[in-house]
Design a binder for this molecule. Structure first.
Ligand code: GLA
Length: 382
């Protein structure tokens, strides 16, 4: 349906059919929040919601791109930051490809259409980055691997946009697989595709509709707080990153961290990393009830120690649990955005109704709920 809409939008904008079509999904992180800034493991999956693009070559060296009633354009000879926020994710990817020596000269008309809510913790920006990376690669006939697209998209986020994020989002959106979660070691990039079989349960995303942009959120502050604590620890033990610590080692050295705040940030990262490994074992055994318990523990830690949830996400999680969900937590960077829950299939609709009703009463915003499934990563579809 969105694919068809995308063709229609392209035609309206450019008076012709698109020559090619592409899709990039958003992602849900099941567990392992912020551990990717600390060399730890994460367990995300790509979802069926995402961004479609209709694309046709142009005769000049310009990119014209339409999205959500906004048409922007830029020259491939002048890849610099613009005022409008979303277009920078596009220009940035072109810039990074050229910086790495790739000849990116093919002008393009592009029309985007999305059913992925923006600025809500489902990685709409990473989806856009890897979508553009996939388009650049195919339309310029470059020999660039999926892993390189992930790296270039991350570099766009870090150096062009200015967010010190980890690699999880770009990896999940580019390398996701149907029916699988991805156990990713963000230090070594070792990957294991884990069958994500919920049996008689659903995985539901709850969108708080509290918007935030990470570029101006406290994301970079969390990175600084972690690094301060890491510097304190390194006077006593030699570690490259926080997730090199086991919980036991953390307990042994935690009083060396001068700031109480940095200590709580690091506590979250160390224990969250352990939870990813433990939760993954439980998931592989098909114990969904046990897996769901880890979601609850993760949320508590993000709320109390890492302090990135906030009243909207806490309220969503509380309502879902009180409605009978087996486990619930915020997903992604937090500060608004989305939370997830796992529930028995025959309870899902009831919980979703309760979430919509009570969230509106308590917070005054409309929550949206979507049942999601693990899906394939970015790809050319036509
Ligand atoms: C954002 C970042 C990711 C990750 C999450 C939190 O989505 O882009 O790299 O740090 O926040 O887990």
């Amino acid at each position: 349906m969105k694919k068809l809409e995308c063709e229609k939008i392209f035609k309206e904008q450019y008076n012709t059919e698109p020559k090619s079509e592409y899709f990039a999904p958003g992602r849900v992180n099941l567990i392992g929040e912020y551990t990717d800034i600390a060399g730890g493991s994460v367990l995300p999956m790509a979802i069926q919601l995402g961004i479609w693009a209709g694309v046709s070559p142009r005769d000049d060296e310009r990119i014209v791109i339409y999205s959500l009633e906004d048409k922007e354009e830029f020259s491939l000879a002048k890849l610099v930051k613009q005022k409008s926020q979303w277009i920078n994710y596009v220009i940035g990817v072109f810039y990074v490809f050229s910086k790495h020596g790739y000849r990116v000269k093919q002008g393009l008309n592009i029309a985007l259409n999305s059913n992925l809510p923006t600025a809500s913790g489902l990685s709409s920006s990473a989806a856009l980055e890897v979508l553009i990376g996939t388009i650049i690669t195919a339309e310029n006939k470059l020999e660039v691997t999926k892993r390189q697209i992930v790296q270039f998209a991350k570099e766009t986020e870090n150096d062009f946009i200015g967010l010190a994020s980890g690699i999880m989002d770009q990896f999940a959106c580019e390398c996701g697989r149907d029916g699988k979660a991805i156990l990713l070691n963000t230090k070594t990039l070792e990957t294991e595709y884990v069958p994500f079989d919920l049996g008689n349960n659903d995985l539901v995303v709850m969108n708080s509709n509290k918007k935030r942009t990470l570029a101006d959120s406290k994301y970079n502050q969390r990175v600084r707080e972690m690094n301060e604590g890491l510097a304190d620890l390194n006077k006593y033990i030699n570690i490259d990153d926080v997730c090199s610590l086991t919980p036991d080692l953390f307990e042994k050295y935690k009083d060396k961290i001068k700031s109480e705040v940095s200590c709580r940030r690091i506590k979250h990262l160390v224990y969250e990393n352990q939870r990813v490994l433990d939760a993954n074992k439980i998931l592989s055994r098909g114990d969904i009830d046990g897996f769901a318990q880890f979601l609850n523990l993760s949320h508590q830690s993000l709320r109390d120690d890492f302090e990135v949830s906030g009243k909207e996400l806490d309220t969503l999680v509380e309502i879902a649990i009180s409605g009978g969900a087996k486990g619930a937590r915020m997903t992604g960077a937090g500060f608004g955005g989305c939370a997830i829950f796992i529930s028995d299939k025959n309870k899902t609709q009831g919980i979703m109704n309760k979430v919509r009703k009570e969230y509106k009463e308590k917070i005054g915003l409309n929550a949206e709920c979507y049942i999601v499934r693990a899906s394939d990563g970015a790809r050319k579809i036509k």
